[in-house]
Design a protein around this ligand. Structure first.
Ligand SMILES: Cc1ncc(COP(=O)(O)O)c(C=O)c1O
Ligand SMILES: Nc1ccccc1C(=O)C[C@H](N)C(=O)O
Length: 469
């Protein structure tokens, strides 16, 4: 089940902190007893000096690290990236084209032909899928288009796409243009599901009521696992099941959920999903994305003969073709069974290298452990933000759900009008990196892989100081 401790389906209780938790010493004690604290050393934390210098430089050992709470936009660089890149550059310079089919004994990377499988083998653990249900490929928006090409098949009766009211613009454009691609009216066929007036959280019941309302005319439900602006984590299994029972195909954009929330895409029977890997996944700006296609959609049926495979329609390219026949050059497409059958091109090995490096850090832990820390870390942030003041007194509102099972790492702080720039400047001057969204939202995302309780404490001190000044 979504939002559970992942073992027996029971939701863990929301962490509660004693009054004395609001001190630097207490934060430091939480860091000391954090079982995942060693993982921070897997990353290069941008330093305050580098941020100020505007020159190319590596953070020095004595530099003061910044407080990086922006992993919901771009994750920081794992140290493994340099090592993996060096190995890849040496492979390319050392053996050229032979890198396609040669496994080098001392490289952490497989031959290029198998590198996307290496990435998928780690990525599938993050999203809760079978290895074959996941493919490393392309980028998020591109992948959404490719998946919609397979899964959005409007008919006379069912042609609408249900989506969220404040979808990330790229998702909005993708859906809008996809509907238009079928010569359908986009406005008429995009059904936007939003929160009630004056609120930010979309109740699951409300989503279900939209599904009921459009049970006869909707083809697809495509929602974000975590909404980028409010940070709301949706009840993926419940919504998926409910919509599928009413005949909809269900896809999820997991940009903000990948590497952040615990996911079980296979067990939840999700039809398809796509994500980027540069946020909580730390694979680098614009890094290669990932797709999930449920096992039941990725099968290839050879019952009518080897030369007449039957498979779900998709837009095809040669790297979606099975490796056993890929180089036969006979123009008879036989898809790789599973998500790999949606791949188009020879993938960028450099992109796959940073992705595999980033995944090597995830391989040292598990989403269950990360999520356990994340729930606690974000609850600590919330506790410090809210203590000592009432809703009326505060100059900000947390618009992210307070239920830890309905959010990931991020808290979105909506400031009273006119405060955003002052607060953003103060945070920046203090070497705190987090994201601002007009008209007045600061998004702070303490990431369990590399952020600390002490950083959360420091952030709240500066944030409250900025509001008080
Ligand atoms: C929900 C969501 N969709 C789409 C995108 C854009 O993805 P890309 O530029 O990788 O296609 C982002 C982030 O940039 C996002 O958060
Ligand atoms: N790709 C980017 C390029 C530049 C600036 C931000 C992004 C983001 O990814 C934003 C992210 N989707 C977000 O929710 O903040």
């Amino acid at each position: 089940m979504n939002g559970t401790n992942g073992t027996n389906g029971v939701k863990a209780a929301k962490p509660v902190f004693p009054a004395e938790a609001a001190s630097r010493e207490y934060a430091a004690s939480l860091d000391k007893s954090d079982p995942l604290r060693a993982l921070r050393d897997e990353f290069i934390i941008p330093s305050k000096a580098n941020l100020a210098s505007k020159k190319l430089a590596k953070p020095g050992l004595s530099d003061k690290p910044s407080i990086y709470f922006c992993g919901n936009s771009l994750g920081i660089q794992p140290k493994a990236v340099a090592k993996y890149m060096e190995a890849q550059l040496d492979t390319w310079s050392g053996i050229g084209v032979c890198g396609h089919f040669t496994d080098l004994e001392d490289s952490p990377l497989s031959q290029w032909q198998l590198l996307s499988e290496q990435a998928a083998a780690s990525m599938c653990k993050i999203v809760g899928a079978e290895p074959a249900e996941v493919a490393a490929m392309g980028t998020l928006t591109m992948n959404l288009h490719l998946l919609l090409a397979s899964f959005y098949k409007p008919t006379e009766q069912r042609r609408k796409i249900l989506m969220d009211w404040k979808a990330f613009p790229s998702d909005h454009y993708a859906i809008e243009s996809h509907i238009a691609w079928h010569d359908l009216d986009a406005k008429e066929n995009m059904v936007l599901i939003g929160p009630d007036e004056g609120t930010y959280e979309i109740p699951t019941e409300k989503i279900l009521s939209y599904i009921d309302k459009h049970a006869d005319d909707a083809a697809v439900l495509l929602l974000p696992g975590i909404q980028y602006y409010t940070g709301q984590l949706f009840d993926i299994p419940r919504i998926t099941k409910y919509a599928q029972e009413r005949g909809l195909v269900v896809g999820w954009d997991l940009a903000h959920a990948y590497g952040n929330a615990e996911l079980k895409l296979h067990d939840w029977n999700v039809d398809f999903a796509a994500w980027c890997t540069y946020k909580y996944g730390n694979a680098g700006p614009g890094a290669m994305g990932g797709i999930f296609v449920h096992d039941r959609h990725g099968q290839v049926d050879y019952s009518e003969g080897e030369d007449s495979p039957k498979f779900r329609h998709r837009l095809t390219g040669w790297y979606g073709g099975d490796r056993s026949v890929r180089f036969k050059m006979d123009n008879k497409f036989k898809p790789i069974p599973g998500a790999g059958g949606w791949v188009l091109s020879n993938p960028s090995v450099i992109d796959l290298t940073t992705l595999c490096a980033a995944l090597s850090v995830f391989d040292k832990t598990s989403m269950k452990e990360l999520r356990q820390k994340s729930i606690h870390l974000t609850a600590y942030l919330e506790f410090l933000l809210l203590k000592d003041s009432t809703d009326e007194e505060r100059l900000f509102e947390i618009i992210t759900p307070s239920d830890p099972h309905a959010r990931g790492a991020q808290l979105s702080l909506l400031l009273k009008p006119g405060l955003l720039h002052k607060v953003a400047d103060r945070l920046q001057n203090a070497g705190i990196i987090c994201d601002k969204r007009e008209p007045g939202v600061v998004r702070a995302a303490p990431v369990p892989l590399y952020n600390t309780y002490s950083e959360v404490y420091e952030f709240v001190e500066v944030f409250k100081g900025a509001l008080a000044s």
